[in-house]
Design a protein around this ligand. Structure first.
Ligand SMILES: *Cc1c(COP(=O)(O)O)cnc(C)c1O
Length: 432
């Protein structure tokens, strides 16, 4: 069996040593993979239940055009999201262009001139720096008189509760809590940790709106930040909740008032949720959300496999090979740009789309250094699909995520290792 399987890998360009090394690592991961399957099973039930309770029907799959009034598919889908996240309401739209846009809407819709935004978890995701105005940008919150304050995490990656207490003033209107590490090597927070942080903030002032950037975290646990007090959870549909099928979109789920504000900001005052044609994307939104728990499970397995492979080879990995997971991102620090590039070339070469192109570092809008991205995706930039990206700056860390199936994630990781071996960065002797 193993020989037959190996022959398929050899045909795909993976050497015998790399394949055998992967199989050896996999043997040690059985219990963890079983736990991930259990988690996916519970989340599958959660989504299925929500779809049944909200009476999703064939008519929900039909497209609307023009104003999109009375789009039953759109309205029901928003109920399904609210049901899954246990929130009063949700905004789930193809007009939300990406995760940054969803976050930008949630922020600008609920903050007013004179308000202050607090990040109690250190620096936010790169693209939000321009939304907030940390880096000067046209149309930022700063231009509208909304101030910003940030409290760094402690050395060990935990919350600086005393610093947070001091940073909260009568102006503090909202706290933005980023669940996932993003392009940093800090730990990703568990839902439980986020709950503790929200409880602490609410004790100081219960009126502070706690918004969680939930990107990459959906369905990794059986609870979401909205189950532990978050007033809003926000994310991208070309990550976990789109299940790889959503071709565009973002979501905001939370308290009715905040979602209403977000809808008025997304469309326009007076129109809000009532407009927004879905042009035929409803089916992929539903089907993607339905598949999201198992797709996320496959991506999680890939992340854990990659962590164990590269940890064994002596590279720093965050999270490490054995710790519990709270998002689907795996960071591997290689210490040199050639390794980041070789890794990304492997991921690209393993893609179903654009496998023949060679990724190169490039200046990307919203990022402050050159970035190399490997993305041979059916949906442009989709990072629930097998993908990797790394800013070309020290410590030369690559961020790997996704894989619509575990099997594909496995091929991609083995191919990344193959390219590192071919580039002479990993020695064949290390694979024995
Ligand atoms: C991806 C991501 C975003 C931004 O999403 P885009 O769809 O790339 O705009 C924001 N925050 C975090 C933590 C992310 O991972």
């Amino acid at each position: 069996m193993s020989d037959l399987k190996k022959s398929f890998y050899l045909t795909a360009g993976i050497s015998s040593e790399v394949f055998d090394f992967g199989e050896k690592i996999l043997k040690s991961l059985k219990d963890r993979f079983d736990a991930i399957d259990d988690n996916a099973e519970m989340n599958q039930l959660k989504v299925l239940n929500a779809m049944q309770k909200c009476r999703v029907s064939e008519a929900c799959m039909y497209p609307s055009t023009g104003y999109g009034y009375n789009d039953i598919g759109r309205e029901t889908l928003e109920k399904v999201y609210a049901e899954v996240f246990h929130t009063e309401d949700a905004l789930v739209r193809p007009q939300i262009t990406c995760g940054t846009h969803a976050l930008g809407i949630a922020l600008s819709a609920n903050l007013r001139p004179g308000d202050e935004l607090l990040s109690p978890v250190g620096k936010p995701y790169d693209t939000l720096e321009e939304v907030i105005g940390i880096r000067q940008s046209k149309g930022s919150l700063a231009e509208y008189g909304i101030t910003y304050r940030q409290v760094e995490l402690l050395e060990d990656g935990t919350f600086d509760f005393e610093g947070i207490r001091k940073a909260i003033t009568p102006k503090t209107k909202m706290a933005a809590i980023q669940r996932s590490k993003g392009y940093l090597t800090r730990p990703t927070f568990s839902v439980k940790q986020i709950g503790e942080l929200i409880a602490f903030i609410k004790e100081i002032n219960p009126d502070i709106i706690c918004m969680v950037d939930n990107c990459y975290g959906e369905f990794v646990e059986t609870m979401e930040p909205s189950d532990v007090g978050a007033d809003m959870v926000v994310g991208s549909l070309i990550k976990n909740p789109g299940g790889g099928l959503a071709p565009i979109g973002g979501y905001i789920a939370g308290k009715r008032e905040y979602i209403e504000n977000a809808a008025y900001r997304l469309t326009t005052p007076g129109l809000g949720k009532e407009v927004g044609a879905t042009l035929g994307v409803n089916r992929s939104f539903y089907q993607g959300f339905f598949l999201a728990p198992t797709v996320t499970a496959g991506a999680l397995k890939g992340a854990i496999f990659a962590a164990n492979i590269y940890e064994k080879l002596g590279f720093k990995v965050v999270p490490d090979g054995s710790e519990s997971r709270h998002d689907i991102i795996q960071a591997v620090t290689f210490g040199k740009p050639e390794a980041v590039i070789a890794f990304c070339k492997g991921i690209q070469a393993a893609a179903p789309v654009d496998s023949y192109v060679t990724p190169e570092p490039w200046a990307m809008p919203g990022y402050d250094s050159e970035v190399i991205m490997a993305a041979g995706a059916f949906v442009q930039g989709s990072s629930i699909e097998l993908s990797a990206d790394g800013p070309i700056k020290p410590p030369y860390t690559v961020y790997f995520q996704g894989g619509l199936t575990w099997e594909h994630a496995k091929v991609g990781i083995l191919m990344s290792l193959q390219k590192l071996v071919e580039a002479g960065i990993v020695d064949k002797e290390q694979l024995i």
